[in-house]
Design a protein around this ligand. Sequence first.
Ligand code: A2P
Length: 315
Amino acid sequence: MKMIPLNNELTIPAIGLGTWKSAPGEVGNAVIEAIKAGYRHIDCAAIYGNEKEIGNALRTAFEQGIVRREELWVTSKLWNNAHLTEDVIPALRATLRDLQLNYLDLYLIHWPVAFKPNIISPDKAEDYLPLAVAPVAQTWKAMEEAVNNGLTKSIGVSNFSIKKLESLLNTCHIKPVVNQVELHPYLAQHELLEFCKHHEIVLTAYAPLGSGDRPKNMKKEDEPGLLENQVICKIADKHQCSPAQVLIAWHLHRNSVVIPKSTNSTRLKQNLESEKIVLDQGDMNTISTLNTDYRYVDGSFFVMEGNSYTNIFDE
Ligand code: A2P
């Protein structure tokens, strides 16, 4: 498995199993199948609502000797309703309880957006906390405390723009190791990739396959398909592999981490085997023509008149 070095001396497996949208009743089995197939990196989040089932699967995997805890990389994410300094560690402890772990390998601030503590999904502007009340710098202090307490080995962010990273880098004591963002050939994010490389922050790609199983209210009618894209399909034919494997190999070529989601044992094995697909510079140049800065997950669900989150990606 390709490992990518982080700025804190640790290394992260380049391909991880995504668990966003993995249904209850399916995700546990997917995690076990993935570990048996050789995955050593599972990407989770409290808001995915499936950490308890994943925790049971991890316990089974450890008990059955399929993998040891120290061989596995487990990421989770702080939900938006726990950004106040005093709420971070309790949220992390709840995730650890659900996952049945003593520590995480990586804990991320899920979004640069804060809700009031009892709100899981806001439906009005008053459900949000303004950034001035819950500044990222304060949340980050508690994230740093979690590292110092041994509750997580590394900390990072998700959905952060260059502007937000710059501001965090100005105040942090422990640098984020990872910024997890939407990344695929339609949203190549060259500038963000370069910025992060310069600051030794690794990008992790979510929605690498276009995330076609998103709930209807998060989908637009005229979305471009990634797995069906003719350029990707042609390169897949050339390498005698699947379009998904080309999309995953593209991230490996760019030295990003990639977390394709699957609950299907054949597809999750296929995704892991993408490591064998080595794209050449010609393939990379051809794929780079596909960039249109298109977001599947555009953050518009956080935009409400009267809240302070109208331009999450600073675009
Ligand atoms: P499934 O879980 O049934 O395999 P993303 O990682 O971008 O969020 O995309 C996840 C979607 O892509 C899911 O619908 C998942 O379905 C599907 N998927 C995962 N792996 C593959 C693959 N190798 N080929 C085609 N579709 C895939």
